[in-house]
Every structure is written in structure tokens, then in C-alpha cells.
Write a protein that binds this ligand. Sequence first.
Ligand SMILES: [Zn+2]
Ligand SMILES: [Zn+2]
Length: 295
Amino acid sequence: MLSWLVSWCGVALAAAAPLQVCALHPLMADLAHQVGGDRVRVFDLVGEGGNPHRFEPRPADLKQMQSSALVLAAGKNLEPYLDRLRSTLGGVTIIEVGRTIPSLTVGKDAVYTCCPSHGTGSLDPHWWHGIDNTRRAARVVEQAFAEKDPAGKDIYAANAAAYGQRLDALKKWTRAELGKIPRDQRKLVTAHNAFAYFAKEFGFDVIAVAGLNKEQNTTPQEQAKTIESVKQSGVRAVFPEKGAGTKSVQAIASAASVRLASPLISDGNGSGQNAGFEAMIRHNVNTITAALATP
Ligand SMILES: [Zn+2]
Ligand SMILES: [Zn+2]
């Protein structure tokens, strides 16, 4: 009942919310909702279908950020424009939510990378695929909110704690589901090189191959090498990315005689009804298990 009231009276409640927050990544918007509840008004600037790797704030976004108390970025150089943004925004606090989370680096063997900013040897920005990482990030957001709105401190702490408990349950479920996959199949070949933190947390290997995403221009030799690596790895499936084309992955899958799995969500999935971190993890875990658990 309350949630209906909140959506019908959105305008009135929003006016009463003391804290206005902008997010530069859909999952940072989700974190802000989880920790802030009704006490914050969140603007998801990238939104559903947007690509946080490519996002550049438009004048309307800048205006929105200028009138906000806080801007949440993912950090780890996902947003290479942050320095510029900082000087444009002047006094507005920008929090790099993932800054204190232990970093992975994009490995030397990662022949396929994410985008021009995240090539071999750079920080791997995709920390939001770790459940532990997200738990930690919720505390970062909690502290940032409490600093800007000390009267809400206890509320933020309670929300973050409740969210932490849900994430514990999610982790248990994830372990149990992935446990259905035979050990020698715990390998991920994905179109977007976004799953290293997930793989590390749950004991998977990431198999690095080129040419699964259309942003790369691979030579026929590289493609042949990819097909060979996929065959050699013995994986049952390769994974396209939700929201991107499947043509190149499809071609590799059929040449290597493996399954084309359903797409994985890489960079968050907007802030619609089935969006958010928990929904993303459930979707990805179900997709991975369905593709790899059965011969
Ligand atoms: Zn990238
Ligand atoms: Zn990415």
C-alpha cells in the first residue's frame, strides 16, 4: 500500500526528501535507492539501455547535478571524464563508490577488452559484479548520505544493514545455484569482458577470446584463434551481452560447435521494475547455470 502512495504522491514526497542524488551508473542509482529509501530523490542519469562506459553528461544532466547534494560515480576509471566534471560542478560532492574496493586489472591475456578506456593493463572497472563488493559499496553510500544529511544517519544505517542481509542471502543462493555446474565447466566466455570480479568471487575462470563483440574489428586469423580457444576450453556455451547484437557470438558459437547462451547483463539494467543489482545477479546466475549445468 505504501509503495502505491509513494508513487502517486511522488511529487509531494520528493519535495520533502532532504537529499537529492545523481547517479552516473544505473547500479549506483540502485544503491542510492536501497540505502536512501524515501529519504533521497535519485536521478539515474544513464538509465535503461544507456551505456555507462560511453556516457557523457549533457547540459540537462549537468544542471541536474549542480542542484544535487551528491553525485555517485562507479569509479575505478569507469568515468574517464570525472576530473573535468569535478571542475565544472565546483562544490558538488562526487563520490567514486568503488574506489576503496580491491581492484583487479585487465590481464595481459585479455585479448578482448571492454572499450577503449579499459584495455589490457588498466583497472577493471566492473566491481559491481561482486556481491561482497556491492555490500561494501552500500556502506560507502551510507556514509556519504549520513555526512550530507546527519539527521538521517540511523535510517541510512538500518537500510544498509537490511540490504546487507539480503545480499548475504543472495550470495548463498548464488553459491547453491552455481554449485550445479560441474567444476570443469566453471568458465565464462562472454561478449563483454565484465565478469572478472564475479568469476573471482565464485571460482570461475574467464576465458579470454577476441571478436565476440562488434566494437572489435578482428581479423580472420584472430577469429580462427578464438574458435580454437573456445573448442580447447571445452566450454558448453558462450554468452552474448544483453542489449548488444549476437551476430559475432553466434558465428563463433556455431563454428566452435557450442551453445549460444542467453545474454548476460553487464553494466546494470536501468532502474525499471526488474532492474537493480539483485535482479541482475539472479538473471546472470540463472543464465549461466542453465547454459553450463547440463551436457
Ligand atoms: Zn569499458
Ligand atoms: Zn563494461
